[in-house]
Design a protein around this ligand. Structure first.
Ligand SMILES: NC(=O)c1ccc[n+]([C@@H]2O[C@H](COP(=O)([O-])OP(=O)(O)OC[C@H]3O[C@@H](n4cnc5c(N)ncnc54)[C@H](OP(=O)(O)O)[C@@H]3O)[C@@H](O)[C@H]2O)c1
Length: 276
Protein backbone atom coordinates (compact mmCIF):
# COMPACT_ATOMS: atom_id res chain seq x y z
CA UNK A 1 0.00 0.00 0.00
CA UNK A 2 1.36 3.40 -0.92
CA UNK A 3 1.10 6.36 1.42
CA UNK A 4 1.41 9.97 0.31
CA UNK A 5 2.28 12.87 2.63
CA UNK A 6 0.96 16.21 1.38
CA UNK A 7 2.72 19.26 2.84
CA UNK A 8 5.99 17.32 3.16
CA UNK A 9 7.96 20.57 2.98
CA UNK A 10 6.33 21.83 6.20
CA UNK A 11 7.25 21.33 9.85
CA UNK A 12 4.99 18.37 10.62
CA UNK A 13 4.94 16.88 7.11
CA UNK A 14 8.71 16.76 6.64
CA UNK A 15 9.22 14.93 9.94
CA UNK A 16 6.34 12.54 9.32
CA UNK A 17 7.46 11.69 5.83
CA UNK A 18 11.01 10.99 7.01
CA UNK A 19 9.72 8.67 9.75
CA UNK A 20 7.40 6.80 7.40
CA UNK A 21 10.17 6.36 4.83
CA UNK A 22 12.55 5.05 7.47
CA UNK A 23 10.05 2.46 8.63
CA UNK A 24 11.82 -0.64 7.38
CA UNK A 25 9.02 -2.98 8.48
CA UNK A 26 6.67 -1.42 5.97
CA UNK A 27 6.63 -2.12 2.26
CA UNK A 28 4.93 1.14 1.56
CA UNK A 29 6.27 3.81 -0.74
CA UNK A 30 6.12 7.38 0.42
CA UNK A 31 6.21 10.26 -1.96
CA UNK A 32 7.76 13.67 -1.61
CA UNK A 33 8.24 14.43 -5.30
CA UNK A 34 4.65 14.97 -6.34
CA UNK A 35 4.00 18.60 -5.56
CA UNK A 36 0.35 19.42 -6.01
CA UNK A 37 -1.51 22.63 -5.40
CA UNK A 38 -4.26 21.60 -3.01
CA UNK A 39 -6.28 24.72 -3.81
CA UNK A 40 -6.94 23.45 -7.35
CA UNK A 41 -9.65 20.78 -7.69
CA UNK A 42 -8.61 20.14 -11.30
CA UNK A 43 -4.97 19.79 -10.28
CA UNK A 44 -5.88 17.33 -7.50
CA UNK A 45 -8.04 15.24 -9.84
CA UNK A 46 -5.36 15.16 -12.56
CA UNK A 47 -2.76 14.15 -9.97
CA UNK A 48 -4.77 11.22 -8.56
CA UNK A 49 -5.91 10.08 -12.00
CA UNK A 50 -2.29 9.07 -12.69
CA UNK A 51 -1.31 7.67 -9.27
CA UNK A 52 -2.79 5.23 -6.76
CA UNK A 53 -2.45 5.57 -2.99
CA UNK A 54 -3.90 3.56 -0.11
CA UNK A 55 -3.61 6.49 2.30
CA UNK A 56 -3.10 10.23 1.87
CA UNK A 57 -1.96 12.22 4.91
CA UNK A 58 -2.66 15.93 4.63
CA UNK A 59 -0.18 18.19 6.45
CA UNK A 60 -0.85 21.28 4.30
CA UNK A 61 -2.49 24.39 5.64
CA UNK A 62 -2.33 28.12 6.21
CA UNK A 63 -0.87 27.87 9.70
CA UNK A 64 -0.04 31.48 10.53
CA UNK A 65 -2.83 32.30 13.00
CA UNK A 66 -2.54 36.10 12.65
CA UNK A 67 -2.01 35.75 8.89
CA UNK A 68 -5.36 33.93 8.67
CA UNK A 69 -7.06 36.82 10.48
CA UNK A 70 -5.58 39.26 7.93
CA UNK A 71 -6.50 37.13 4.90
CA UNK A 72 -9.63 35.09 5.67
CA UNK A 73 -10.21 34.22 2.00
CA UNK A 74 -6.84 32.57 1.64
CA UNK A 75 -7.36 30.89 5.02
CA UNK A 76 -10.66 29.44 3.83
CA UNK A 77 -9.16 28.29 0.53
CA UNK A 78 -6.23 26.47 2.14
CA UNK A 79 -7.79 25.25 5.38
CA UNK A 80 -11.31 24.44 4.20
CA UNK A 81 -11.98 24.45 0.44
CA UNK A 82 -8.87 22.38 -0.35
CA UNK A 83 -10.01 19.78 2.21
CA UNK A 84 -13.30 19.50 0.33
CA UNK A 85 -11.33 18.87 -2.90
CA UNK A 86 -9.14 16.24 -1.21
CA UNK A 87 -12.09 14.52 0.48
CA UNK A 88 -13.87 14.33 -2.89
CA UNK A 89 -10.70 12.84 -4.40
CA UNK A 90 -10.62 10.28 -1.57
CA UNK A 91 -14.16 9.22 -2.48
CA UNK A 92 -13.46 9.03 -6.23
CA UNK A 93 -10.09 7.31 -5.89
CA UNK A 94 -10.76 5.11 -2.86
CA UNK A 95 -7.91 6.21 -0.59
CA UNK A 96 -8.07 6.69 3.17
CA UNK A 97 -7.68 10.35 4.08
CA UNK A 98 -5.82 11.32 7.27
CA UNK A 99 -6.07 15.03 7.95
CA UNK A 100 -4.08 17.05 10.51
CA UNK A 101 -6.19 19.57 12.40
CA UNK A 102 -5.85 21.71 15.48
CA UNK A 103 -6.79 22.39 19.10
CA UNK A 104 -7.82 25.88 17.94
CA UNK A 105 -11.22 24.49 16.89
CA UNK A 106 -12.09 24.95 20.61
CA UNK A 107 -12.78 28.23 22.41
CA UNK A 108 -10.45 27.31 25.29
CA UNK A 109 -12.91 28.04 28.08
CA UNK A 110 -12.76 24.62 29.76
CA UNK A 111 -9.70 22.66 28.57
CA UNK A 112 -9.04 18.88 28.51
CA UNK A 113 -11.28 18.60 25.46
CA UNK A 114 -12.46 15.17 24.34
CA UNK A 115 -13.24 14.30 20.71
CA UNK A 116 -16.95 14.41 21.53
CA UNK A 117 -16.80 17.99 22.85
CA UNK A 118 -18.40 20.63 20.69
CA UNK A 119 -15.92 22.90 18.89
CA UNK A 120 -16.42 26.65 19.03
CA UNK A 121 -13.47 28.41 17.34
CA UNK A 122 -12.78 32.04 18.20
CA UNK A 123 -10.47 33.07 15.35
CA UNK A 124 -10.34 32.71 11.54
CA UNK A 125 -7.69 29.99 11.67
CA UNK A 126 -9.83 27.82 13.98
CA UNK A 127 -13.03 28.54 12.06
CA UNK A 128 -11.52 27.60 8.69
CA UNK A 129 -9.85 24.47 10.11
CA UNK A 130 -13.21 23.37 11.57
CA UNK A 131 -14.94 23.95 8.24
CA UNK A 132 -12.22 21.85 6.60
CA UNK A 133 -12.91 19.00 9.04
CA UNK A 134 -16.58 18.99 8.03
CA UNK A 135 -15.77 17.57 4.57
CA UNK A 136 -14.23 14.33 5.81
CA UNK A 137 -16.09 11.03 5.86
CA UNK A 138 -15.91 9.95 9.48
CA UNK A 139 -16.62 6.33 8.59
CA UNK A 140 -13.48 6.16 6.43
CA UNK A 141 -11.22 9.13 7.20
CA UNK A 142 -9.33 10.28 10.26
CA UNK A 143 -8.91 13.76 11.75
CA UNK A 144 -5.87 14.06 13.99
CA UNK A 145 -6.02 17.23 16.10
CA UNK A 146 -2.63 18.32 17.39
CA UNK A 147 -1.44 21.26 19.49
CA UNK A 148 1.82 23.29 19.57
CA UNK A 149 3.78 20.50 17.82
CA UNK A 150 7.41 20.17 18.91
CA UNK A 151 10.34 18.03 17.83
CA UNK A 152 13.07 17.81 15.26
CA UNK A 153 12.65 20.64 12.75
CA UNK A 154 13.58 18.83 9.52
CA UNK A 155 12.35 21.45 7.08
CA UNK A 156 13.62 24.46 9.08
CA UNK A 157 11.15 26.67 7.24
CA UNK A 158 9.97 28.33 10.44
CA UNK A 159 11.03 28.62 14.04
CA UNK A 160 8.89 26.70 16.52
CA UNK A 161 8.12 27.86 20.08
CA UNK A 162 10.66 25.36 21.44
CA UNK A 163 13.38 26.75 19.17
CA UNK A 164 12.48 30.32 20.07
CA UNK A 165 12.89 29.51 23.77
CA UNK A 166 16.04 27.43 23.37
CA UNK A 167 17.85 29.80 21.01
CA UNK A 168 16.93 32.90 23.05
CA UNK A 169 18.16 31.36 26.31
CA UNK A 170 21.32 30.03 24.66
CA UNK A 171 22.02 33.60 23.49
CA UNK A 172 21.43 34.88 27.04
CA UNK A 173 18.34 36.84 25.98
CA UNK A 174 15.40 37.45 28.29
CA UNK A 175 12.03 36.31 26.96
CA UNK A 176 8.47 36.97 28.07
CA UNK A 177 6.21 33.91 28.09
CA UNK A 178 2.55 33.71 29.04
CA UNK A 179 1.48 31.87 32.19
CA UNK A 180 -2.23 31.76 31.33
CA UNK A 181 -2.43 29.90 27.99
CA UNK A 182 -2.57 26.12 28.39
CA UNK A 183 -2.16 23.23 25.93
CA UNK A 184 -1.05 19.62 25.77
CA UNK A 185 1.83 20.12 23.25
CA UNK A 186 2.17 17.33 20.69
CA UNK A 187 5.44 15.46 20.16
CA UNK A 188 6.27 14.89 16.47
CA UNK A 189 7.48 11.39 17.41
CA UNK A 190 4.03 10.62 18.83
CA UNK A 191 2.37 11.95 15.67
CA UNK A 192 4.45 9.53 13.57
CA UNK A 193 3.75 6.64 15.95
CA UNK A 194 0.04 7.41 15.96
CA UNK A 195 -0.23 7.75 12.17
CA UNK A 196 1.53 4.41 11.64
CA UNK A 197 -0.81 2.76 14.16
CA UNK A 198 -3.85 4.41 12.57
CA UNK A 199 -2.91 3.06 9.13
CA UNK A 200 -2.20 -0.42 10.51
CA UNK A 201 -5.44 -0.57 12.55
CA UNK A 202 -7.48 1.32 9.93
CA UNK A 203 -8.69 3.82 12.52
CA UNK A 204 -11.21 6.48 11.54
CA UNK A 205 -12.96 9.39 13.24
CA UNK A 206 -11.49 12.20 15.35
CA UNK A 207 -8.44 11.76 17.61
CA UNK A 208 -6.74 14.25 19.94
CA UNK A 209 -2.99 13.94 20.51
CA UNK A 210 -0.61 15.75 22.86
CA UNK A 211 1.72 14.87 25.70
CA UNK A 212 0.26 13.65 29.00
CA UNK A 213 0.79 16.97 30.76
CA UNK A 214 -1.37 20.08 30.46
CA UNK A 215 1.12 22.94 30.61
CA UNK A 216 1.11 26.69 30.21
CA UNK A 217 3.47 28.20 27.65
CA UNK A 218 5.56 29.35 30.63
CA UNK A 219 5.77 25.83 32.07
CA UNK A 220 6.68 24.49 28.63
CA UNK A 221 9.49 27.08 28.37
CA UNK A 222 10.77 26.09 31.84
CA UNK A 223 10.78 22.42 30.76
CA UNK A 224 12.84 23.37 27.68
CA UNK A 225 15.31 25.32 29.85
CA UNK A 226 15.68 22.35 32.22
CA UNK A 227 16.20 19.89 29.35
CA UNK A 228 19.14 21.86 27.92
CA UNK A 229 20.45 23.19 31.25
CA UNK A 230 19.68 26.82 30.39
CA UNK A 231 19.06 29.77 32.69
CA UNK A 232 15.39 29.69 33.76
CA UNK A 233 15.67 33.19 35.23
CA UNK A 234 15.76 34.58 31.67
CA UNK A 235 12.12 33.47 31.26
CA UNK A 236 9.83 36.25 32.47
CA UNK A 237 6.15 35.75 33.18
CA UNK A 238 3.57 37.60 31.13
CA UNK A 239 -0.14 37.28 30.47
CA UNK A 240 -2.02 36.72 27.22
CA UNK A 241 -3.77 40.08 27.65
CA UNK A 242 -0.32 41.82 27.60
CA UNK A 243 0.33 40.58 24.05
CA UNK A 244 -1.30 42.31 21.12
CA UNK A 245 -2.10 39.64 18.54
CA UNK A 246 -4.31 40.24 15.50
CA UNK A 247 -6.16 36.98 16.23
CA UNK A 248 -7.67 36.14 19.60
CA UNK A 249 -6.04 33.11 21.30
CA UNK A 250 -8.02 30.46 23.21
CA UNK A 251 -6.88 30.19 26.86
CA UNK A 252 -6.97 26.43 27.50
CA UNK A 253 -7.12 24.04 24.56
CA UNK A 254 -5.55 21.08 26.35
CA UNK A 255 -6.80 17.68 25.24
CA UNK A 256 -8.33 14.67 26.90
CA UNK A 257 -6.10 11.88 25.53
CA UNK A 258 -8.06 8.81 26.53
CA UNK A 259 -9.01 7.82 22.97
CA UNK A 260 -5.53 8.15 21.39
CA UNK A 261 -4.10 6.43 24.47
CA UNK A 262 -5.89 3.24 23.46
CA UNK A 263 -3.97 3.22 20.13
CA UNK A 264 -0.47 4.24 21.25
CA UNK A 265 1.59 4.87 24.37
CA UNK A 266 1.50 8.65 24.75
CA UNK A 267 4.69 10.44 25.84
CA UNK A 268 5.27 12.52 28.93
CA UNK A 269 6.66 15.99 28.11
CA UNK A 270 9.95 15.39 29.92
CA UNK A 271 10.58 12.09 28.09
CA UNK A 272 9.70 13.58 24.69
CA UNK A 273 12.11 16.47 25.30
CA UNK A 274 14.82 14.09 26.54
CA UNK A 275 14.63 12.18 23.24
CA UNK A 276 15.46 15.32 21.21
N1 LIG B 1 2.36 24.33 13.70
C1 LIG B 1 1.42 24.37 14.61
O1 LIG B 1 1.56 25.04 15.66
C2 LIG B 1 0.14 23.56 14.46
C3 LIG B 1 -0.72 23.41 15.55
C4 LIG B 1 -1.88 22.65 15.40
C5 LIG B 1 -2.20 22.09 14.17
N2 LIG B 1 -1.35 22.28 13.10
C6 LIG B 1 -1.74 21.72 11.80
O2 LIG B 1 -0.74 20.83 11.36
C7 LIG B 1 -0.63 20.87 9.94
C8 LIG B 1 0.83 21.07 9.58
O3 LIG B 1 1.31 22.27 10.18
P1 LIG B 1 2.82 22.78 9.96
O4 LIG B 1 3.16 23.61 11.13
O5 LIG B 1 3.68 21.64 9.58
O6 LIG B 1 2.62 23.73 8.69
P2 LIG B 1 3.73 24.44 7.79
O7 LIG B 1 5.09 24.20 8.31
O8 LIG B 1 3.25 25.84 7.62
O9 LIG B 1 3.59 23.66 6.40
C9 LIG B 1 2.48 23.84 5.58
C10 LIG B 1 2.63 22.96 4.38
O10 LIG B 1 1.51 23.23 3.51
C11 LIG B 1 2.01 23.35 2.18
N3 LIG B 1 1.15 24.15 1.36
C12 LIG B 1 0.77 25.43 1.52
N4 LIG B 1 -0.01 25.82 0.51
C13 LIG B 1 -0.13 24.76 -0.33
C14 LIG B 1 -0.81 24.51 -1.54
N5 LIG B 1 -1.57 25.47 -2.11
N6 LIG B 1 -0.71 23.31 -2.11
C15 LIG B 1 0.04 22.32 -1.54
N7 LIG B 1 0.71 22.49 -0.40
C16 LIG B 1 0.62 23.68 0.21
C17 LIG B 1 3.35 24.01 2.38
O11 LIG B 1 4.10 23.86 1.18
P3 LIG B 1 5.11 25.02 0.70
O12 LIG B 1 6.30 24.85 1.54
O13 LIG B 1 5.34 24.70 -0.73
O14 LIG B 1 4.40 26.33 0.92
C18 LIG B 1 3.90 23.23 3.55
O15 LIG B 1 4.44 22.00 3.10
C19 LIG B 1 -1.54 22.01 9.47
O16 LIG B 1 -2.72 21.48 8.96
C20 LIG B 1 -1.83 22.79 10.74
O17 LIG B 1 -3.11 23.41 10.70
C21 LIG B 1 -0.18 22.98 13.22
Amino acid sequence: MKVLVLGASGFVGSFLEGKLEADGASRSIYGRDPVIDVTSADGINAFFAKRRYGTVINCTGFTNVDGCEADPERADLLNAKSIEFLANAATSNGFKFIHISTDYVFDGRTGRYAETDKPNPINVYGKTKLRGESFLDMGRDLILRISTPFGQNVSRRKKTFLEFVRESLEAGQKIKVVTDQYTTPTSLEDIATFVKAAIKMDLSGIYHLGVQERVSRYEFAIAVAKRWGLDQKLIERSRLSDLKFAAQRPMDTSFNLYKAGRAIRISHLEDALARL
